[in-house]
Design a protein around this ligand. Structure first.
Ligand SMILES: Nc1ncnc2c1ncn2[C@@H]1O[C@H](COP(=O)(O)OP(=O)(O)OP(=O)(O)O)[C@@H](O)[C@H]1O
Ligand SMILES: Nc1ncnc2c1ncn2[C@@H]1O[C@H](COP(=O)(O)OP(=O)(O)OP(=O)(O)O)[C@@H](O)[C@H]1O
Ligand SMILES: [Mg+2]
Ligand SMILES: [Mg+2]
Lengths: 228, 228
């Protein structure tokens, strides 16, 4: 589903150039669950943004479902992001003036899904993440972990086939984090959802089928794990 | 340094009242390091905001250094927050248009600290958190963990005697998290800095002298720990 070769991403120019990615290659098969790990600043969020069509690489190639993203225009990228790619941001990124349910609904509105189907998906995903009772709250009226779970609901509600989750359990206690992980595993096993999750949490990593480690913008390890 | 009795905090009214805190009492001696733990939504951030003079309780009393906060006006509260209380927010909360160094400097500007002293403290605190090389970057030009460390630098730079850190290692890998913890312990032991840290990380909790657990807005456990 993902075939990336020699991705680089630079910020700035000349002496102050930051090489956030310095040649990352990665293949992900449909139905895999991959944990992406590495030190702070190693390029994980940068890689996730490129994979999720939120950013373009400076050089290198990326094929999503066999199609080179260089040929995907911004309109089509937006539709893909709304319907087929779920993205959980490291900084949560809920719209502060919208309720939880409106925040979850928004990508499906952009994807032109019909209102009855949207409504069902909003309730189901909020319930699944244990925050159904917060549907009418705004982000400022929720705890950090509650907001994070609303952001996860937003990513899975449209029924994507690729979920990119950047530190989805960072603000969660053990129990809530395990519940999120259980939801991910359920979607992975029952619906074949391909998942790439950035995490510092060894518990999350243990449940993935494979661990990819970044350091200084490069892949330094890529191994299968059997502890499931 | 902290003497809180029967703190309550309600949001909303009537049927939809949320009891974020339902009677929390807590004493903290100078020089203690306390880990505050509990499930998502249990009231940790709400309690931290009241202790840090960012919010007032609905009822109950809070004495900070022997003085009832009911008698502290907003001007004085602002000065205390700028100089004597360091606060690390769960959502980081850096000002997006300012550089890292300006973000760190701001509370000291409000506290009317002189420029030469401010500048030294800015550099030292950024260096201590391993992000000195990012002084001129804006928050959007940093990784999540780098931004979190800048927020921690901002909290410790003025040399407060009380540090309130709400999930300061949530976005950090193991190594960076341990470095932050080491910095906290150093300040606690060498300077007697009183620290209350909200955490889900058992590693952080093990290094505190005491663990306080919240559930549904109440203290359900308060115990000393010896594993240091
Ligand atoms: N403005 C508000 N209006 C209504 N309810 C609120 C508001 N702010 C917070 N709450 C509720 O108060 C409760 C306590 O929130 P708080 O942020 O203190 O939890 P927390 O323990 O910090 O959780 P987390 O670990 O997820 O950060 C939660 O149930 C939250 O939904
Ligand atoms: N706009 C920018 N300008 C300059 N440098 C940038 C910019 N955005 C990111 N960086 C740098 O790129 C590098 C990789 O950042 P990235 O956010 O991908 O790291 P990360 O692995 O997600 O880190 P963390 O675990 O802390 O979230 C970092 O060194 C960061 O400072
Ligand atoms: Mg990141
Ligand atoms: Mg909180």
């Amino acid at each position: 589903i993902i075939a990336a070769r020699e991705l680089t991403r630079q910020y700035g120019q000349g002496e102050s150039t930051v090489h956030a990615l310095a040649g990352v290659s990665l293949d992900v098969e449909p139905g895999e669950m991959v944990a992406l790990m590495g030190p702070s600043g190693s390029g994980k969020s940068t890689l996730m943004q490129i994979l999720g069509l939120l950013d373009r690489p400076t050089s290198g190639t990326y094929e999503l479902r066999g199609r080179s993203v260089a040929q995907i225009g911004s309109g089509e990228a937006a539709r893909l992001r709304g319907r087929r790619i779920g993205f959980v941001f490291q900084s949560i990124n809920l719209l502060p003036r919208l309720t939880a349910r409106s925040n979850v609904e928004l990508p499906m509105v952009y994807a032109r899904m019909k209102p009855p189907e949207r409504r069902v998906r909003v309730s189901e995903s909020l319930e699944r993440l244990g925050v159904g009772h917060l549907a009418h709250r705004r982000p400022s009226q929720m705890s950090g972990g509650q907001a994070q779970r609303v952001a996860i609901a937003r990513a899975i509600a449209p029924g994507p086939d690729l979920l990119l989750a950047d530190e989805p359990t960072g603000a969660l206690d053990r129990a809530s984090g395990q519940a999120v992980l259980a939801a991910f595993q359920e979607l992975n096993r029952d619906l074949g959802l391909t998942i790439i999750v950035v995490t510092h949490d060894p518990l999350v990593a243990r449940h993935a089928g494979r661990i990819v480690e970044l350091e200084d913008g490069r892949v330094v390890a890529d191994r299968q794990v059997e502890d499931r």
